[in-house]
Write a protein that binds this ligand. Structure first.
Ligand SMILES: CC(C)(COP(=O)(O)OP(=O)(O)OC[C@H]1O[C@@H](n2cnc3c(N)ncnc32)[C@H](O)[C@@H]1OP(=O)(O)O)[C@@H](O)C(=O)NCCC(=O)NCCS
Length: 182
């Protein structure tokens, strides 16, 4: 894949998508400071922990990250987590977050497509994403549009900041050998 990739959002804002670099650590930290607290709550990692951000910025064989920039500011971050060995090694796990001002302008879809393509190039058989029902419905909708299907629904599985339980929807997308089958 050729990076940086310039994309124009539906409101004509120009954005550049590229892999995350170790030098981005400070800007990625600033990005997560801007992410609404409610979105941070439902993440699997504490993105306020500098060690978490440092590990992502350094990268490694088990996580591939791309960021979208508008000017000098990171406005979205997407990751694909993989396993080198064992029963999950055929599968990648996706997570995408876009700053609120840049949502509903197709940026999430662009980034999702890039990670799917990367997963295909890596020879993975499927990608997985987990969504909190009633909270991450926009993400469920955008995943459905890209042929993700329900794999399982874990009822009352995750807890909200107010103590209320929510269902967790596991969705997967089967990958094929080339884009022709996409
Ligand atoms: C989910 C998220 C990444 C989507 O990014 P985005 O850039 O807004 O998504 P897009 O503009 O590409 O939207 C793609 C499709 O998703 C659906 N969608 C997006 N936002 C929506 C909303 N608020 N309500 C309903 N549907 C929505 C639409 O079907 C849209 O297609 P359309 O443009 O043809 O109408 C973004 O909303 C976000 O960061 N949310 C908080 C974190 C989160 O839930 N992450 C998902 C975990 S993987």
């Amino acid at each position: 894949m050729k990076y940086p990739k310039e994309v124009v959002l539906t409101n004509c804002t120009e954005v550049s998508i590229r892999p995350l670099q170790p030098e981005d650590e400070g800007r990625l930290r600033a990005f997560y400071e801007e992410v609404p607290e409610i979105d941070r709550w439902y993440m699997r990692f504490d993105v306020r922990d500098p060690e978490v951000i440092r590990a992502w910025a350094r990268g490694g064989q088990d996580v591939f990250s791309i960021v979208a920039e508008c000017g000098d500011r990171i406005i979205a971050h997407a990751r694909l987590h993989t396993h080198r060995y064992g029963c999950y090694h055929h599968q990648g796990r996706l997570r995408i977050i876009v700053l609120p001002d840049f949502r509903q302008k197709r940026l999430g879809s662009w980034m999702l497509l890039d990670l799917i393509r990367y997963a295909m190039e890596k020879g993975l058989r499927e990608v997985r994403a987990d969504f909190v029902v009633g909270v991450e419905d926009a993400a469920i909708e955008s995943a459905r549009k890209l042929d993700f299907f329900k794999k399982a629904l874990l009822e009352d599985f995750v807890i909200g900041p107010d103590g209320a339980l929510h269902d967790l929807l596991i969705m997967t997308k089967q990958l094929h050998k080339d884009w022709g089958d996409f």
